[in-house]
Ligand binder design. Structure first.
Ligand SMILES: Nc1nc2c(ncn2[C@@H]2O[C@H](COP(=O)(O)OP(=O)(O)OP(=O)(O)O)[C@@H](O)[C@H]2O)c(=O)[nH]1
Ligand SMILES: [Mg+2]
Ligand SMILES: [Zn+2]
Length: 373
């Protein structure tokens, strides 16, 4: 006899109930399922009736406005069919509570969802050549923009001589994010992680290839579910061992999401309620606070008199490194915005052109009618 799966064990919570309070899984004959894996256009899902495969309906595909509208790992979706080994049909993605997204790598300006409905995102770096503050800042900004709580994990403590220095440097930029130093080889280091992997909680692990995400995840799961591989000795760059995002359940514990190492993580400009602050400005609160003291409210912090940011750079209160990091992220977002504006303009031109064509067609039709009258 098959055992009904309790979706709470997979992270289903109050937030996903309908306004009237009834579970969404009772609505309109659809089943609620969570995406636990994705292999191109096929998804692995778990619902009350078990695990299975699913794909989006034709209508879903037709109505999607872009890649970010498609289901991603961690999403809760409405499924139909698929109870007898067939592929289930995904008709809807439930609104995401939190998410992690980035700009699609390469030249296209499109948002790519990495994962959704995450409580915690563990940003992992290894304490060898991989350790990099600017990259930490970039990941922190991306995680906070999607509403999940970031945690910094500095792994391979066994390989690092200046541990305390690096821990202090990470703490200085972490804001409210906790920083844990550990070795994925040493279970004794895992105690602080228990708070994030409680039953029903979803934790994603992100970072460069080779930092030890899958090694740690295997240890937390108590099983070697994920392949791991030694980094290349010459440059410690990793080899992209994990190739897909997958969600696993710790026996009697929370949900863990392994991700492939990322070569680049460019911020995606998410709309903020005010439309003013962007992910970089929210992340760099120290700089925002300084800028509020500049003489001109639209100070570019370049030449203007009474610039509090330049004064802080001169006094050393603001490090050159952090300032460069902030500038880089804000420039990326500005560029993205200009590309979006350009696309908007092209779209308008295209519409104007087709309107103009239609107008000419109507005019000539009218002339033809007048002649034949
Ligand atoms: N010395 C040391 N090696 C570690 C530690 N954690 C992981 N490793 C090693 O680092 C290598 C890469 O580990 P993985 O777990 O495959 O790295 P990953 O982050 O999953 O990499 P991708 O899947 O490519 O993104 C493996 O050889 C691990 O044994 C650690 O704490 N100390
Ligand atoms: Mg891996
Ligand atoms: Zn200024």
């Amino acid at each position: 006899m098959f055992e009904k799966i309790n979706l709470k064990d997979w992270g289903f919570g109050e937030a996903f109930h309908s306004p009237a309070g009834e579970p969404l899984s009772d609505l309109e004959g659809a089943r609620i399922a969570r995406i636990t894996g994705q292999f191109r256009e096929i998804y692995r899902v778990v619902s009350e009736t078990g695990e299975g495969l699913a794909a989006v309906t034709g209508r879903f595909r037709h109505e999607a406005r872009g890649p970010a509208d498609f289901p991603c790992v961690g999403d809760w979706v409405e499924c139909h069919g698929g109870l007898t080994g067939d592929t289930a049909q995904i008709s809807r993605v439930l609104p995401r509570l939190t998410w992690l997204s980035r700009k699609t790598p390469g030249t296209t300006t499109v948002e790519q969802m990495i994962a959704a409905n995450l409580d915690t995102v563990c940003i992992m770096q290894s304490l060898d050549h991989n350790f990099n503050l600017a990259r930490l800042e970039r990941y922190l900004a991306a995680v906070r923009a999607g509403g999940a709580s970031p945690v910094i994990l500095l792994n391979k403590a066994d390989l690092c001589a200046d541990l305390n220095e690096r821990r202090a440097a990470a703490l200085a930029i972490a804001g409210a994010a906790p920083v844990h130093v550990l070795s994925a080889m040493d279970d004794a280091d895992f105690a602080p992680l228990a708070g994030y992997t409680r039953p029903g909680c979803t934790v994603a692990f992100v970072g460069s290839s080779g930092v030890g995400k899958s090694t740690l995840i295997n240890r937390l799961l108590g099983r070697n579910l994920q392949a791991t591989r030694a980094s290349r000795a010459d440059d410690s760059r990793g080899r992209h061992t994990t190739v897909a995002r997958e969600l696993f359940r710790i026996p009697d514990g929370g949900l863990i999401l392994d991700t492939p190492g990322m070569r680049e993580l460019q911020l995606w400009e998410t709309a903020t309620p005010t439309g003013e602050a962007n992910a970089a400005e929210t992340e760099f609160q120290d700089i925002a606070t300084l800028a509020a003291d500049c003489q001109f409210h639209d100070c570019s912090h370049e030449e203007e008199p009474g610039c509090a940011v330049r004064a802080a750079l001169q006094s050393g209160d603001l490090s050159e490194r952090r300032w460069r990091s902030y500038r880089k992220l804000t420039r990326e977002l500005e560029y993205q915005k200009s590309r979006a504006d350009e696309r908007g303009q092209l779209e308008r031109k295209r519409k104007d052109k087709s309107l103009h064509k239609m107008y000419r067609r109507v005019q000539s039709e009218a002339r033809r009618r007048r002649r034949s009258d």
